[in-house]
Structure formats: structure tokens, C-alpha cells
Ligand binder design. Structure first.
Ligand code: ZN
Length: 249
């Protein structure tokens, strides 16, 4: 009986699995996932151009907004949400948390939660600290407010072509492609420096097409059960839209 069972198991793995996998079903069942995250906005025009491209391509993304920009451009925040994207907390004033008191750090995170709640009726689930700088006070505030963060990202090899450097379409494509791997969170921007090189935004549509041709689908974020090595050991995974956490509720 045990021999028969062992025989059946060997038959399954040696014959059936390769047959099924050559029919591309195995790869089709486990698509590679990537998440786009846009930091520092929203800004009028530039963020809206990004929303147009994402809508045209049928993709959802996460926007880590500052409380300051969200309160200056509430209509853009509402448009982000209406289009089905996710809003994350990127502090109120984009200050370096390492230079603030514990109370100031708490207020940077809480103030942004409040602004976004006033605009959308919901509180974000995810926080990304400005410049990614962790501090004990930021971690404490994140815990006390029931948030997940700081949300990291995956560095590409061509970091010298980061989008905010405004080097143009091709360097930005090199940078984003080099940061692309299964489970990676991509960090790009929709405010500050990039608004000075508006033509560069042509990278986005080209990148989405390239990633899809290479078997990637675009996902959103979910709190992980363990640190995610791909994204700076932060506790966040990339998941399909249907499994994403959109708000802190
Ligand atoms: Zn930032």
C-alpha cells in the first residue's frame, strides 16, 4: 500500500506537474506582482496626469500624500480615491523625523490622518516616513494609531537615475526597470522636483507596458506577517487589488 502511494506521488510530481506547467498554467496561476507608490503629492496637474495614465492602463496605485499638500488640494485627493487608488500617510510637512521632538512626530502623523479623514471620510492604513527615516517616536505613533509603517520600497540598481533627478524618460525607465522584481514596491514621485520636468512623465505608460510584457501585474499593499526582505524589511506585502487594505478600518 505504501509502495503504491509512493508510486502515485512520484507519478504526480515527475509526470503530471511538468505536463501542466509546460502548458503555462503554473506561471499563469502565480503572476509576478509589483506595486507603484507615488510620494510627496498631491499636486494639481501633475498628479492628475498620472491619474489619467493609470486610468487608461487600468491600474491601481498607492499615493503617499503629505497632510500639507492634501489640505491644499483636497479635490485631487478626492479624485485619487474616486479612481480607486489608495491614500497613504507621508507625514504633514515632510520633515525629517530625526530632527523633531516625539510630540512633533506624533502630530505629523496624526495631523495627516485627520486631514485625510476630513477630505475622504476614511483614515489611511499605511504610513511612509519622510525619506524613510525610522525613529522610536515614529514607530510608537504608528503603533498607537493602528497603522502599518514605515512602508519601504525596493531600490533599483540604477539609483543615480531616480525619477526626482529629472534626467529624462530613458534614465527613469532604466531606474524603474532595475527596481522591478516580484513583490517589489516601486517608489516614484508626483510632487516637488518631478513637476519641473513634466515631459519625463512619458516613462510611466511605457514602463507599465514593459512590466506587463514581462509578466507583472500591478497590485496594492497589505500588512505582512513578517518583514519583507525585498522592501527594506518593512512589514508590507504587495497583493492583488481584491486583497488590499485600503483604509484603517
Ligand atoms: Zn517623500
Amino acid at each position: 500500500m505504501r509502495k503504491l502511494l509512493r508510486g502515485m506521488i512520484i507519478y504526480f510530481f515527475v509526470l503530471v506537474v511538468p505536463l501542466v506547467c509546460t502548458a503555462s498554467i503554473c506561471t499563469a496561476q502565480v503572476p509576478k506582482m509589483i506595486a507603484l507608490t507615488f510620494d510627496d503629492g498631491p499636486t494639481p496637474e501633475y498628479t492628475e496626469r498620472i491619474l489619467d495614465i493609470l486610468k487608461q492602463k487600468g491600474i491601481k496605485a498607492t499615493f503617499f500624500v503629505t497632510g500639507k499638500n492634501a489640505s491644499a488640494y483636497p479635490d485631487v485627493v478626492r479624485k485619487i480615491v474616486a479612481d480607486g487608488h489608495v491614500i497613504g500617510n507621508h507625514s504633514y510637512s515632510h520633515a525629517n523625523f530625526q530632527r523633531l521632538t516625539d510630540e512633533q512626530v506624533f502630530n505629523e502623523i496624526l495631523g495627516t490622518q485627520q486631514v485625510i479623514y476630513q477630505i475622504t471620510g476614511h483614515s489611511p492604513k499605511f504610513v511612509r516616513y519622510p525619506l524613510g527615516f525610522e525613529t522610536p517616536a515614529a514607530q510608537k505613533a504608528t503603533r498607537e494609531l493602528g497603522l502599518t509603517g514605515s512602508v519601504g520600497w525596493h531600490w533599483g540598481q540604477d539609483v543615480h537615475d531616480d525619477d526626482w533627478m529629472c534626467k529624462g524618460v530613458d534614465p527613469t525607465l532604466r531606474f524603474t526597470k532595475s527596481a522591478t522584481q516580484d513583490g517589489a514596491i516601486l517608489l516614484v514621485h508626483d510632487a516637488n522636483e518631478v513637476t519641473r520636468c513634466p515631459d519625463q512623465l512619458a516613462w510611466l505608460g511605457q514602463y507599465i507596458d514593459w512590466a506587463r510584457q514581462h509578466g507583472f501585474i500591478f497590485g496594492l499593499l497589505r500588512t505582512a506577517e513578517a518583514p519583507n526582505k525585498i522592501n527594506m524589511n518593512t512589514w508590507v506585502n504587495v497583493v492583488p487589488d481584491s486583497q488590499a487594505q485600503r483604509w484603517n478600518e
